[in-house]
Design a protein around this ligand. Structure first.
Ligand code: PLP
Length: 474
């Protein structure tokens, strides 16, 4: 820790604290002298794997905590200080970004980084790490635009005139509203004023962009007439939001993009998750659990002026927000100052380009999301049986996987995995996370791993990890 760093004030305070005296006024031995020095604790953290500056910070924190304990009248010995320092170092290591095995069965788990990228996307990131023609035209040798790459590919993939890529879909919605509707009205159905998670609420985003929200219809039913009556001279657009993380069932009615487009205002669609094309031409046959998911291509065909969607949730690519639609409107978005603030970096654009090319080739095998989602249950059961052969107390189990934590509700994917008998399920799950970096789930006092979200290359590793936490059943 360099002098003047964030931990220094504590040292100063402790040095200045009064020496302890007993009621007779005689000095007693200072228990703080029994504490190890910061240097001593630092040396004990040598094999923690942390860089020196973090070890020094951790050592100082452990010594400071011990001094505070002593000042509070309790005693602390050297061994306890060293043990505390090692615990703090371990906690610091656990804060670092590390790869984990997603055995939750949720393919696009937001807490686990959503989509796993395939070999093509990873290779593209690797290539783009060096110099690339990010904003450079190779034909003319002049300045180009970073929107020339993935944006036009994704527009082509959905039959739109133009496309633009930003940091994420929340950013895409923000940019579209700011560029196309600031100071004017946007009409939204009361049934679509949703919160997506992570603090993304449609009314808040609208307020942030200075657009005036005009709510129409009711929570469960909004008719074309409701929109038509709300349209006036101040109307900038009609916005449809895909309620991707919840489903309304029963007495419901919504208005289609085609009906809205016929009303004459711009129709903006925030598809979020959903599908690039509802016909899924990249799959031999569309799986039944996908029925009902809106397609970006169909929204464009039906007359949407702009559609926004998520690069990871919808495409199975990197985190990104995609804006496709009419060329003049996409150009207005690209020119807006927020486009600069929200722009995607070259590594994202490289991975997104690889993902877009796979879709344009109709080749879902290059996209792990689709590989995982379409693996036959029989294959998963066979993998589970192979793992179970190496794990005492385990058995093959049928499970329900899901495309997203909140993205495709009520549409689970039949799946299979392994359950393992353990002494204590919370302890076992914690050991799996910390010692093996496996994120699994507890079910009925057993540990359960769903194989639909696990790369088959990790099966042997997973077997070894489960062997470590499992107990043979009596
Ligand atoms: C997920 C989602 C968002 C936010 O997308 P991010 O890529 O997570 O920023 C916005 N709108 C809808 C409808 C969504 O499903």
């Amino acid at each position: 820790m360099p002098e003047g760093g964030p931990a220094d004030h504590r040292t100063v305070r402790l040095v200045a604290s009064p020496r302890m005296t007993d009621p007779t006024g005689e000095e007693t031995p200072d228990p703080r002298r029994a504490l190890p020095s910061v240097e001593h604790v630092l040396a004990a953290l040598h094999d923690s794997g942390l860089p020196h500056a973090l070890r020094a910070l951790t050592a100082r924190e452990a010594v400071d905590a011990a001094r505070a304990t002593i000042a509070g009248g309790d005693s602390v010995d050297r061994a306890a200080v060293l043990a505390d320092a090692r615990k703090r170092a371990a906690r610091t290591s656990q804060r670092l970004l590390v790869p984990v095995i997603n055995a939750t069965g949720v393919l696009l788990h937001t807490n686990l980084g959503r989509a796993a990228l395939g070999a093509d996307a990873i290779a593209a990131i690797d290539d783009a790490a060096a110099a690339v023609n990010l904003e450079y035209r190779l034909d003319e040798g002049t300045r180009g635009s970073r929107h020339d790459h993935s944006g036009f590919l994704l527009a082509a993939a959905v039959g739109a005139e133009a496309g633009l890529v930003v940091n994420n879909n929340a950013g895409a919605v923000l940019l579209v509203l700011a560029a196309l509707a600031r100071g004017r009205e946007v009409v939204v159905s009361r049934g679509e004023l949703v919160e997506i998670g992570g603090g993304f609420r449609v009314p808040d985003i609208m307020a942030e962009t200075g657009t005036r929200l005009v709510e129409v219809g009711t929570t469960n039913r909004t008719r074309c007439d409701d929109y038509a009556r709300a349209i006036g001279t101040e109307t900038a657009a009609l916005l449809k939001v895909h309620a991707s993380n919840y489903r309304m069932v029963g007495f419901t009615e919504a208005t289609s993009v085609a009906e809205l487009a016929a009303l004459g205002s711009h129709v903006l669609v925030d598809a979020g998750s959903g599908l690039l094309d509802a016909r899924t031409p990249w799959l031999p046959e569309p799986p039944s659990w996908l029925h009902d998911e809106p397609g970006v291509r169909q929204c464009i065909d039906d007359g949407a002026a702009i559609v926004t969607f998520s690069g990871d949730k919808l495409l199975g690519g990197p985190q990104a927000g995609v804006i496709v639609g009419r060329a003049d409107l996409v150009a207005m978005c690209a020119r807006h100052p927020l486009a600069r603030a929200l722009r995607a970096d070259k590594l994202t654009l490289a991975a997104l380009q690889a993902t877009a090319l796979a879709y344009l080739d109709g080749d879902a095998s290059r996209i792990p999301l689709w590989q995982y989602a379409t693996t036959p249950v029989a294959d998963l059961r066979a993998r589970a049986a192979a793992i179970c052969a190496h794990v005492p107390g385990s058995s093959v189990v049928d499970t329900e996987a899901a495309a997203g934590g909140g993205s495709l509700p009520g549409l689970t994917i039949p799946s299979a995995g392994i359950t393992v008998a353990v002494d204590d399920v919370d302890d076992a799950l914690r050991l799996l996370r910390l010692s093996h970096r496996v994120v699994a789930r507890g079910r009925d006092d057993r540990v359960q791993c769903d194989l639909r979200s696990v790369d088959p290359r990790h099966d042997d590793y997973l077997a070894a990890a489960l062997r470590d936490v499992g107990v043979a059943e009596a």
